[in-house]
Write a protein that binds this ligand. Structure first.
Ligand SMILES: Nc1ncnc2c1ncn2[C@@H]1O[C@H](COP(=O)(O)OP(=O)(O)OP(=O)(O)O)[C@@H](O)[C@H]1O
Ligand SMILES: [Mg+2]
Length: 478
């Protein structure tokens, strides 16, 4: 046995170095309980349990909103196969049971099933197939028209400009921007004369064939106006194809009238983008168009009883100021207008967050959407996947809930630094097991939330088919 004298207890190291405290799991749980953050209430979707405190973990951005949570947007991140999609799938399915509507931008194909990861869940909840986009079009393929009259005039001009800028890879100058605005108006007028819905090809045609009156209004000659818009018309041709050329990046997806047979009242709408090349310009443009289309068409105010605000009685709450609120709808028996809440899920969201133009579009979308009860869930691998542009950083700041699954050291360090988390979380994040994540809700950290899958949900979340042997085909927690 080592003698106490041999240890030289008076050596400086022994005076200053504190021996590590050894605790068992049960002991640390007992210690943690009194300092554990409060639960997020009992209303919302059950996620699972907070491992250190043992408390049930229930999350709902709509119930917690305002109570320490300034906004409803969520970022889920972590290495591949850790459980990001599984969490989001069961969370949204559980939210649907609370009356929410969900839209998903599904970008990941399950090769063995030849469909997107979310198709099975969407079908099991609504009985409907996903809205599928396929380059070149084809049977069952959907098309959204950026020139659809359902999109309000000003939004449409911004949208077509974003499409052109994404195709061009740089912002338009003032002259080209002005020529594009004029061409969009001209395309609308010309197609109205023939009783058609305008499409992007009509804008390209109007750019190549400007009108004298438009040029005169801008103090340009006809040739100058033609020159201003010629490059833009080439970009639109390249994206949509022209004449017999059907090789455009957006052909069959954005170049014709809107054809999506989508039921906007469905509990879950899945946009299947799995056939669109990942990371390409078509994906980015499609996401931009879908988000604007959703804003204009899907995201309209509607009460949980299914009727619009106009169908509810106005109840005066303060006679002096005349303040009023939306009250009952005698037809449906609804007692008070309650905005139906929506959730939009964006898988592989670096397409969105990593593109400054899209991030800027999204930032505005999010600000606007908050007033209409929308919560967006973005799934990314790491924050280093998304770029550092001010637009992206602004969009990132709009996520008030961050869910972090296990990451490797470099990514964990980067994430902790970017989000301003305490330094102990780096090692903690690296050690998280599959299905367990650190949650930051507003400013409160829940270090280890285990997401629990019910038996009925397991097959809808199983994404490891390609890596699983016949003998071990049942999805289990590691
Ligand atoms: N909480 C959990 N309990 C049990 N199994 C889980 C849990 N979370 C995930 N799994 C299983 O782990 C596998 C991977 O999960 P998932 O597809 O959600 O990972 P991911 O993080 O989205 O991966 P990727 O980044 O590749 O998309 C799935 O087969 C799923 O069934
Ligand atoms: Mg996934």
């Amino acid at each position: 046995m080592t003698s106490a004298l041999d240890l030289n207890l008076l050596a400086p190291a022994h005076q200053t170095v504190r021996r590590p405290l050894h605790t068992e799991t049960t002991a640390s749980q007992a210690l943690y309980l009194p300092i554990a953050p409060p639960t997020l209430g009992t209303r919302g979707a059950v996620i699972g349990r907070e491992l250190y405190s043992g408390k049930a973990f229930i999350y709902c951005p709509f119930s917690t909103f305002g109570d320490g949570l300034p906004g409803g947007n969520v970022i889920v991140m972590g290495d591949t196969g850790r459980g990001k999609s599984s969490l989001t799938k069961t969370y949204t399915a559980r939210q649907i049971r609370l009356g929410r509507q969900v839209v998903v931008l599904d970008t990941k194909e399950q090769k063995e099933r030849e469909e997107g990861e979310w198709a099975a869940l969407g079908r099991s909840l609504t009985g409907k197939a996903p809205v599928k986009f396929t380059p070149g079009g084809g049977r069952d393929a959907s098309c959204i028209n950026p020139m659809d009259p359902a999109i309000a005039g000003k939004r449409q001009i911004e949208l077509v400009r974003t499409i052109v800028e994404l195709g061009l890879g740089k912002p338009l100058d003032e002259f080209a921007g002005s020529a594009l605005r004029l061409a969009i108006r001209r395309a609308r007028l010309r197609s109205a004369e023939t009783g058609r819905t305008p499409v992007l090809a009509d804008v390209a045609a109007a750019l190549r064939d400007p009108e004298e009156t438009d040029a005169a209004a801008k103090r340009r000659s006809l040739d100058e106006l033609l020159n201003d818009g010629l490059e833009v018309s080439y970009v639109l041709d390249r994206l949509c194809g022209s004449g017999d050329d059907s090789t455009g990046d957006l052909t069959g997806m954005l170049d014709g009238p809107t054809s999506i047979g989508v039921d906007l009242d469905a509990d879950m709408i899945v946009f299947d983008l799995t056939k669109v090349p990942s990371g390409g310009v078509a994906m980015t443009i499609l996401v931009a168009v879908i988000s604007v289309f959703l804003e204009e068409v899907w995201l309209q105010p509607v009460c949980e009883c299914g009727t619009g605000p106009g169908e509810h009685e106005r109840t005066t709450v303060d006679a002096r100021s005349g303040a009023w609120e939306l009250g009952a709808n005698p037809v449906t028996g609804c007692r008070r207008y309650t905005q139906r809440k929506r959730i939009m899920v964006c898988e592989e969201a670096w397409h969105v967050l990593g593109t400054p133009q899209l991030a800027a579009l999204l930032e505005r979308f999010l600000k606007f959407a908050r007033g209409l009860g929308l919560s967006c869930v973005f799934i990314v691998h790491h924050l280093s996947d998304v770029d550092d542009s001010p637009e992206t950083q602004a969009a990132l700041k709009m996520a008030d809930t961050v869910v972090i699954y296990s990451m490797k050291k470099a990514e964990a360090e980067d994430t902790v630094a970017r989000l301003g988390l305490p330094s102990w979380t780096v090692e903690h994040i690296m050690r998280l097991r599959r299905g367990i994540a650190l949650w930051k809700v507003g400013e409160v950290i829940y270090p280890a939330v285990q997401h629990l899958l019910t038996e009925a949900e397991q097959h809808l979340c199983f994404s490891s088919g390609a890596m699983t042997d016949l003998t071990s085909s049942s999805p289990e927690l590691e």
